[in-house]
Design a protein. Structure first.
Length: 342
């Protein structure tokens, strides 16, 4: 085995896309987006991206996109969103492969003043020689995924009766679904449509009591790869009353962000928006539709909404820190505790 820097976008995305339920958070485009969000990529700068792979006989058998994040006292950590990713043909995670990857990352970490690696593996990692500790979730550890190999009738039959009713109600009310203007969101119709999305997001966060990302976050996401991150609207009586941002990567379409107006909620536009996106993903030969996160305690209403569409509930192992510097990690944990509770 040997560690390589992955410099070819096609090679990385093909490796990730070959795995069932492909993970867009490890994709080349998501890394580019993180660079734009975090700031310019310079030596030592927050947001620096490391795209690493493990080769055996010239074939990639593992990959990890790492995002460098800053900590106090001139220290940093690496974040590997929903990764590392192991070749699905291996079936189970080989602990020797994972320890090899962690050891190579540790060598890079020394140069980058990185004290730990935060990972979100899709399978539980066992028997590692490294000290690995549970951490707070960044990405949701539960989700609902639809199998798009089923027919539309089968998908509808698997839904909660109230969900089917709301979809049909929105259809009867003549709610329309359309994609936002293409070609970016800096000028013309695209800028106007993004403004409508942002207004809806502010209304939704105020109504439901959560803090959205900054406006710049959503704008940059839609700019970085328009063919993979798309904005759709639901219209009622020619007015935009609901919107969603969706990811299309590998074999999976993912519902990332949603927003809706305080008015006309009785026409159930958000239900039809989901159903139309499910049908579009199926028609485009995607195999899975991921609702990207449920949590009955944090988001009871959203969780009930997503579960209503049926599908398989998936539990990921969680978020973990692979510790490279125990003493500095202890200080980091103490500081985080103080900030959370005092």
């Amino acid at each position: 085995m040997n560690l390589v820097e992955i410099k070819d976008k096609k090679r990385l995305d093909e490796f990730l896309g070959a795995r069932p339920h492909a993970e867009f958070l490890q994709s080349w485009e998501w890394g580019e987006f993180q660079e734009k969000v975090e700031g310019p990529v310079m030596s030592g700068a927050e947001g620096k991206i490391f795209r690493l792979g493990v080769e055996e006989n010239g074939e990639l058998i593992a990959a990890a996109t790492l995002i460098k994040k800053s900590l106090p006292f001139d220290t940093n950590y690496f974040y590997c969103p929903r990764g590392p990713i192991v070749n699905y043909k291996l079936q189970i995670i080989n602990y020797k492969l994972i320890d090899f990857l962690f050891e190579e990352i540790r060598k890079i970490a020394e140069k980058e003043k990185v004290i730990f690696l935060r990972i979100e593996p899709k399978e539980k990692i066992q028997n590692s020689k490294f000290k690995i500790q549970n951490s707070l979730d960044i990405q949701p550890s539960q989700t609902v995924v639809l199998d798009l190999n089923r027919s539309e009738d089968e998908l509808l039959a698997a839904m909660h009766q109230k969900t089917r009713y709301n979809i049909r109600l929105a259809e009867k009310k003549d709610v329309k679904i359309q994609e936002a203007a293409r070609g970016g969101f800096l000028a013309g119709d695209g800028e106007k449509e993004f403004e409508k999305f942002w207004n809806l997001m502010q209304k939704t966060s105020g109504r439901d009591g959560f803090t959205p990302h900054d406006r710049d976050y959503y704008e940059k996401l839609l700019h970085v790869a328009p063919e993979k991150f798309k904005l759709f609207f639901a219209l009622f009586e020619d007015k935009i009353i609901a919107a969603g941002i969706f990811s299309f990567f590998g074999d999976t379409a993912t519902y990332l962000f949603g927003a809706s107006d305080n008015k006309s909620r009785e026409v159930m536009a958000s239900y039809l928006l989901q159903w139309e996106m499910i049908k579009r993903a199926k028609a485009a030969s995607y195999k899975y539709y991921d609702f990207f996160g449920i949590d009955e305690k944090k988001w009871p209403g959203v969780t009930r909404f997503k579960r209503g569409f049926g599908g398989q509930e998936i539990d990921y192992p969680g978020t973990f820190d692979v510790i490279f510097n125990s003493s500095k990690y202890f200080i980091y944990k103490a500081l985080r505790f103080v900030r959370r509770f005092f």
